[in-house]
Write a protein that binds this ligand. Structure first.
Ligand code: ADP
Ligand code: MG
Length: 458
């Protein structure tokens, strides 16, 4: 079946694409209506899921009608990768190990609740403290996470409550805590999303095994529940979590919880639960700063082995400010593209490859903005954009700002001139021509202007 499916895929997507994305895919076991496929990296897994997930499901279903779902896992070999340091699978509860990340691609309707023998979700081996880039916005949360990984259940740090917006590193830090503890081999760790917690709980009720579920949960040393906000409005599950929480904390076990808001802002969670959640250490992860975004991009670019010029990193850090996930996604796409076509990463290529992402982040640019950005770039005073000073130090940036105003706004030449200290429109024409000449003569200057243009471009 496998080789037939591979041949079909290759025929459909072409040799190049197949070799780039799909060749390294391995086939795993079939479990009832589900087949597991392996990919060597998280990035490939995500990519293949996004691009080919549905198609893979359909092909497998056509080949073996009983198969309705395809699971994509991160693993290096065609057999499930189980971390050697992990507690053995037969020690109940099966503690999480640095095993592959399992996420399902639903071909048809996802099954609502599934009973699985393992208690918790596996940890992503890529989310470690080493790969977490620390900066002002996340240093406190990072320090707390490290502290809990070193000495779980310390007074004052139990529970550890991590909160912050989407894509800022909450899950990464929780996995890092788990991996660190598992690596040390000291304790059993269970990590799962609040959603999974609920499904497990419901499944246990259905199969009349709630006692077993409770016992399993209460026998771990560290319980981590991700995205607790999911439990808002799920009263029964909240209740169950509250009891589990109390039982564990009373028994001196560590709890780590994440959510998108602070305990006091999680209205919709029961008061007594919110109170208890706020009792230990509450650490928030703030939105990224430009500096942190640069550091993260540098680290990820270095790890990829693809050379990404500093200008490109700077450009991305300016443009994609929403969260780390998007930033990472943009960089990954660039890197994939560079690998795929064997071309160096340049600003032009970036603009091309990330066209859609950048467009979504764009807005109309004004002459004032252009003047401000250009003045900042060359470190001159904003007032010099309209001053009479003629020394090259200020005249050149002023000309660039005029050139960019012509390029990026729909203002007429006289209008632009007026904004630059009531200069004549012929001055603007001269500036535009002069900048174009200089760009031809001096590649470094051209690159500066291009960078500014791309940053401002609407
Ligand atoms: P959250 O759970 O807060 O929504 P994640 O932990 O899933 O966010 O982070 C989203 C992505 O960004 C992940 O791939 C993660 O590795 C990466 N990431 C977030 N913060 C950092 C950081 N400080 N250093 C390195 N990678 C980060
Ligand atoms: Mg998360």
């Amino acid at each position: 079946h496998w080789s037939r499916i591979c041949a079909r895929l290759k025929a459909e997507v072409g040799e190049v694409e197949y070799n780039t994305w799909l060749r390294q895919m391995g086939v795993g076991p079939v479990d009832e209506d589900e087949i597991t496929l392996y990919l060597p990296t998280r990035f490939l897994r995500d990519w293949v899921r996004g691009q080919y997930g549905d198609r893979l499901g359909a092909l497998w279903h056509a080949e073996i009608p009983a198969i309705r779902r395809v699971e994509l896992q991160v693993a290096r070999s065609a057999s499930p990768a189980v971390d050697g340091d992990a507690p053995s699978a037969d020690s109940a509860p099966a503690a999480t190990a640095a095993a592959p990340v399992v996420e399902a691609v639903a071909v048809e309707e996802p099954r609502a609740a599934e009973v699985r023998s393992d208690l918790a979700a596996p940890l992503d081996p890529r989310f470690t403290f080493d790969t977490f880039v620390v900066g002002k916005p996340n240093e406190f949360a990072y320090a707390c996470a490290r502290r809990v990984a070193e000495r779980p259940s310390s007074p004052g740090f139990n529970p550890l409550f991590l909160y912050g917006g989407v894509g800022l590193g909450k899950t990464h830090l929780m996995h890092a805590i788990g991996s660190e503890l598992v690596r040390e081999g000291r304790v059993s760790v269970a990590y799962m999303s609040a959603e999974k917690f609920m499904y497990r709980f419901i499944a246990a009720i259905r199969s009349q095994s709630t006692m077993e579920f409770k016992e399993q949960l209460r026998s771990v040393d560290v319980l981590m529940i991700d995205d607790l906000q999911f439990l808002i409005g799920k009263d029964n599950t909240q209740e169950e979590f509250f009891h589990t929480f109390n039982a564990l904390v009373d028994a001196g076990r560590q709890i780590v919880v994440s959510a998108d808001k602070s305990p006091s802002d999680l209205s919709g969670l029961e008061d007594r639960l919110r109170t208890r959640l706020g009792c230990g250490m509450v650490a928030d992860i703030h939105a990224t700063t430009f500096e942190l975004r640069i550091s993260i991009l540098e680290a990820k670019a270095a790890a990829s082995g693809v050379e990404v010029p500093a200008k490109v990193l700077e450009f991305l850090a300016h443009k994609i400010t929403s969260n780390v996930r998007e930033l990472e996604g943009a960089l990954n796409r660039l890197i994939a593209h560079a690998n795929l076509f064997g071309r160096p990463v340049t600003l032009e290529a970036t603009q091309d490859v990330l066209h859609d992402i950048l467009k979504a982040n764009n807005r109309r640019v004004t002459i004032e903005e252009i003047q401000r950005k250009v003045a900042e770039h060359w470190n001159i005073r904003l007032t010099d954009m309209s001053s009479a000073r003629r020394s090259t130090v200020v005249a050149r940036p002023r000309q660039v700002a005029m050139y960019l105003s012509k390029q990026l706004t729909s203002r007429s030449l006289p209008e632009i001139g007026r904004k630059f200290g009531n200069r004549d429109h012929t001055t603007v024409i001269y500036a535009v021509r002069r900048v174009m000449e200089l760009m031809e003569q001096d590649p470094a200057f051209a690159e500066d202007v291009e960078l500014l243009r791309r940053m401002l471009e609407s």
